[in-house]
Design a protein around this ligand. Structure first.
Ligand SMILES: Nc1nc2c(ncn2[C@@H]2O[C@H](COP(=O)(O)OP(=O)(O)OP(=O)(O)O)[C@@H](O)[C@H]2O)c(=O)[nH]1
Ligand SMILES: [Mg+2]
Ligand SMILES: [Zn+2]
Length: 275
């Protein structure tokens, strides 16, 4: 029998669940494929008869943490509190999306925990990201988020406790994903979601991923710099790393307030990590 083409929607030890149209096939992996590390999101050739995966199709991208491939959009879920808002993680995920050619979408949660002053601060930061052209929603904009997800393979990323599973439960109540209590002492959640899987909802495939407390980026200085989309290439020296060159247009724009200071600081922090 001819092989079919499907998508891996979950992996649990040696059990690979492959979806084709609306059918699900529990598969194992053929010996010759064992040296390729298949991930959730991989498109594969498989035998419906033997329930074996025979071949992996070329990938458009792979994220390491969460480990998923062929993602169209990354929904970056950031909370204002519990865990505390981190522009650093937001920028890190934005860089990760840009470098991997994944469209990022920012979703802010727990605005209800902000007082007036904090709300104003958060809104002014978000305005900057909107101006850069990023889509920014709150976790109350369910209709808009659904529309943005439609027809796409998407992953949710964000710190543990940020409210990723809660958001998905709002998108489809039948999901009934487990959500966690945030530990007040740590101010962060407890990794309630453990396995990565793609869930078919709302005409899209969605990966609710385990949150993380740290995230490593294996990128070059140039990739990171390109990930800050407003930096551009108009510096005096075309090899400018925007660190201490005189006449660096990035540094000038940070000083004049055109580039958000936290963006530049996060850039420095990120390139500091690769040295
Ligand atoms: N006040 C408030 N609490 C929220 C909001 N969104 C989520 N929570 C709460 O935050 C806690 C953590 O939410 P989860 O949805 O489990 O977080 P998660 O991002 O899936 O966490 P992991 O699975 O550990 O990565 C739960 O107790 C939620 O009820 C919100 O907008 N406001
Ligand atoms: Mg979760
Ligand atoms: Zn420069």
């Amino acid at each position: 029998m001819k092989n079919s083409i499907g998508k891996i929607i979950s992996i649990n030890k040696d059990l690979y669940t492959v979806m084709k149209d609306d059918s699900i096939f529990p598969c194992s992996v053929r010996g010759k494929l064992k040296n390729i590390k298949l991930t959730v999101g991989d498109n594969v050739k498989f035998s419906e008869e033997n329930k074996t995966i025979e071949e992996m199709m070329p990938r458009t991208n792979t994220l390491i943490r969460p480990l998923v491939s062929n993602i169209d959009k990354l929904f970056i879920v950031v909370s204002t509190h519990l865990p505390k808002f981190s522009s650093y993680l937001l920028d890190k995920f934005l860089v990760l999306s840009e470098v991997n050619n994944i469209k990022p979408v920012i979703v802010v949660t727990k605005l209800d925990l902000c007082d007036k002053k904090e709300l104003k601060e958060v809104k002014s930061i978000l305005k900057y990201y909107k101006k850069l052209g990023y889509k920014v929603f709150t976790n109350k904009d369910i209709r808009k988020i659904k529309k943005e997800m439609k027809g796409c393979t998407v992953a949710l990323a964000g710190q543990t406790g940020a409210g990723k599973s809660t958001l998905l439960n709002r998108i489809d109540k039948r999901l009934n994903l487990k959500t966690g209590e945030v530990s007040e002492a740590l101010g962060r959640g407890k990794h309630t979601t453990r396995l990565v899987e793609l869930i078919p909802i709302n005409n899209s495939l969605i990966a609710d991923t385990p949150g993380f407390s740290s995230l490593e980026l294996d990128l070059t200085q140039e990739q990171i710099s390109n990930g800050f989309i407003e930096f551009g290439f108009q510096c005096k020296y075309n090899t400018c790393t925007h660190v201490k060159n005189e006449g660096c247009s990035v540094k000038e724009r940070v000083e004049s307030g055109k580039i958000l200071k936290s963006r530049y600081e996060n850039y420095l922090k990120l390139i500091g990590e690769i040295r």
